[in-house]
Structures are given as C-alpha cells and as structure tokens.
Design a protein around this ligand. Structure first.
Ligand code: CIR
Length: 251
C-alpha cells in the first residue's frame, strides 16, 4: 500500500553532538541541517503525504532520525528499543503521535531494534541483525506487527537500510555485498557502483524516489528502471551518519 503519512522531527539543538563516525562530523552545521530537513518535509508534502511534525526534541542529539524510533506495518506500530543509550528516550515524542492513529506496543528488553534496519517490501519485512537490532527485536516485531520478517545478519553494520532499500515494482537497490543474499530473492536488484554506495539509501513515494545528491550513476540507474528521481542535498545529515530514510516514518 502506498504511504499517506510521514512522521518527521526537525534536528534539535544538540544535533551537532550526534553519534557519528563520519570524517566530516566536526563540520556539521545545525542551520544547514535544518534547511535540508525543511526541504525534505516540503518535498514529501508536495508528493501528497500528510506530514506529521513531532515536537522538536532538544535533549537527544539524534532525535531527527525518527525512522529508528518505530516500525509501522499492518496498521500497528512497534516502538523501538534503541541500542544506543544516548538515543533512549527519543521514542516518546514519536510514540505520542503514533498512539493517536493506531495501536502501539513498546519493544521490551532484551530486544534492541531500530527502524533503520527494517526494509518494507510488498507486505514483507527484511531486517538487519546488526549493531543496533538483535534477534529478540525481530521476534517482537514479527509477533506484534503480524508480518513475516526475513533477516540479513551482519553485526558490523549500523543499519541495513544504508545498504538495501526497496524502490517499488519488485525492484531493490542493494550494495554489492548484499545483492545476492537469499532474503532478497525474487526481487530485481540494482547494484550501484562502489563510489555511489551511499545512494542505496533511497526513499520511495509511489513512482518517485528521493535520492542523495552527488551520486549521478546511481540516480541514472534508478531513472532507467522507470522511476522519477528527486535529488536531495543531505550533506549535513550524512555527516551524522544519517540518510534519506532515517528522517521519516512513512505509512
Ligand atoms: C545514529 O548513529 O544513530 C545516528 N547518528 C544516525 C542514525 C541513522 N538512522 C538511520 O540510518 N535510520
């Protein structure tokens, strides 16, 4: 089903202290990040989504990465239990909005789970078992959301969606490392060149795909597969190890 809503939250005052291993982390600009975020929200609204703005959270540096706070499927939401201590507490604002719209359940210890690991593809979910999400997290998600979840095990990564996203029309974009994984069987896979791997984190709304600016080859591949591409400057998001999907929950 095509998404109709997007939950978002603008970067808070502590944004520049985000968790990040990006070499340019020290140069991140909050002002520019807010501008890029505003443009992202405007684009989602132009694509017809109702944009639901969660009040800003100035206590948690990574609070704009709302994707990680909840997984929505089948009209229900699992509120995630964040793996990183500094991110625990972010979920409350997102949970308060989701609760107005659908039944919610909080993932419980020993689960850790973050929405950035969860690829939604035609009524099935594919989840990373990563640095952030464990098997117990996936089990709780599968049970509460009543959905089949395939897994890709790679504890060396933060989130699966930095490497694999669903474009639509049975087509995935996946980096070389995951392209032949059995969890992706049955999908056509576009593999971006190594220098464009960051562009594998895409956000689809119908036949339109939001992609990071600066990765021409990956964008051409997606266009040639029959999608409209909107190129977005997310430099200040990338410096905090985030990407396009991380900034919203679509449902
Ligand atoms: C973090 O390390 O948690 C944030 N700095 C970045 C989270 C990115 N979220 C995502 O890929 N879904």
């Amino acid at each position: 089903m095509e998404p109709r809503h997007a939950i978002v939250r603008e970067p808070g005052n502590l944004y520049t202290s985000c968790l990040s291993e990006h070499p340019l982390h020290h140069t991140v600009s909050l002002k520019k990040a807010r501008e890029q975020h505003a443009k992202y929200c405007e684009t989602l609204a132009e694509l017809g989504l109702e944009v639901i703005r969660v009040p800003r959270d100035d206590q948690h540096p990574d609070s704009c990465f709302v994707e990680d706070n909840a997984v929505v499927e089948n009209g229900k939401a699992l509120i995630c239990r964040m793996a990183k201590e500094s991110r625990r507490g972010e979920q409350a604002g997102v949970a308060a909005e989701l609760e107005k719209l659908m039944p919610i359940k909080w993932a419980e210890e020993p689960a850790t789970i973050e929405g950035g690991d969860v690829v939604h593809a035609k009524g099935k979910l594919i989840s990373g078992i990563s640095d952030r999400t464990n098997y117990e997290g996936v089990a709780q998600m599968q049970e509460w959301l009543n959905v089949h979840v395939s897994t890709i095990f790679d504890p060396t990564i933060m989130h699966l969606k930095s490497y694999v996203t669903y474009l639509g029309k049975d087509i995935m974009i996946a980096t070389d490392k995951y392209a032949n994984h059995p969890a992706l069987e049955g999908f056509n896979i576009l593999i971006p060149p190594a220098e464009d791997e960051y562009a594998a984190d895409t956000l689809s709304v119908g036949d339109t795909v939001l992609m990071a600016k600066g990765y021409e080859t990956a964008q051409i591949m997606v266009k040639e597969a029959g999608f409209n591409v909107i190129s977005m400057d997310v430099s200040e998001i990338q410096k905090c190890d985030g990407a396009l999907t991380c900034l919203s929950i679509l449902f």
